[in-house]
Write a protein that binds this ligand. Structure first.
Ligand SMILES: Cc1cc2nc3c(=O)[nH]c(=O)nc-3n(C[C@H](O)[C@H](O)[C@H](O)COP(=O)(O)OP(=O)(O)OC[C@H]3O[C@@H](n4cnc5c(N)ncnc54)[C@H](O)[C@@H]3O)c2cc1C
Length: 157
């Protein structure tokens, strides 16, 4: 088994499409890291998130809006010998992306983005109440750099 680096956009987007959570890393100006699990949507190179209007993450992002987002899927524990710890591997695929958080304030665009978020989880059509749209904070992270690795890929025969 080996580790592969993937640069193909379709492969990378397929990994992201399979994830139901991302891990969003922030860095405060004193260097303190802060990583949150978050639900997300993705379209055309941009990750979309939503949150309350206030909180520790929003405060950190006011000081430093740069983030790093990790996605990971297809986790599968495999081994060559059940008694040998170093023969165990976690097959998996993961993507890391970097970007800067910007907020969407336009009412109709917020609905479009919420639809992108919901499509990550469901094929249904959704309606949103007026206060829900006004109160939600919508984050956009255009990915400036992306890397993708596949762990435990079988060697080709
Ligand atoms: C699977 C999953 C998906 C989620 N999806 C979303 C989402 O889409 N949008 C969203 O807004 N939130 C989501 N959350 C919650 C999210 O992780 C944060 O808790 C939330 O966004 C509040 O963050 P904050 O920085 O405003 O926290 P604050 O309310 O300001 O947090 C106060 C303190 O609580 C602690 N804390 C905050 N969050 C967590 C946490 N997750 N785990 C342990 N300790 C914590 C920290 O020490 C922090 O200093 C999700 C959580 C999980 C587990």
């Amino acid at each position: 088994m080996k580790t592969l680096i993937h640069k193909d956009k379709e492969f990378i987007e397929a990994v992201i499409a399979k994830c139901d959570v991302c891990y969003l890393g922030m860095a405060d100006t004193d260097g303190t890291p802060y990583v949150l699990p978050m639900n997300f949507g993705y379209k055309d190179g941009t990750v979309y998130l939503h949150s309350a209007q206030e909180g520790r993450s929003i405060s950190i992002l006011e000081r430093n809006p740069k983030v790093c987002i990790t996605f990971s899927t297809d986790h599968d524990l495999v081994f060559q010998h059940p008694e040998v710890a170093c023969s165990y591997r976690m097959r998996s695929k993961s993507v890391i992306g970097w970007g800067t958080v910007a907020y969407e304030e336009d009412y109709d665009k917020k609905i479009e983005i919420l639809n992108i978020l919901m499509r990550q989880y469901s094929d249904k059509e959704f309606r949103y109440s007026d206060p829900a749209i006004r109160n939600v904070k919508i984050w956009k992270v255009e990915l400036e750099e992306v890397t993708c690795k596949e762990f435990g890929a079988p060697h080709k025969k």
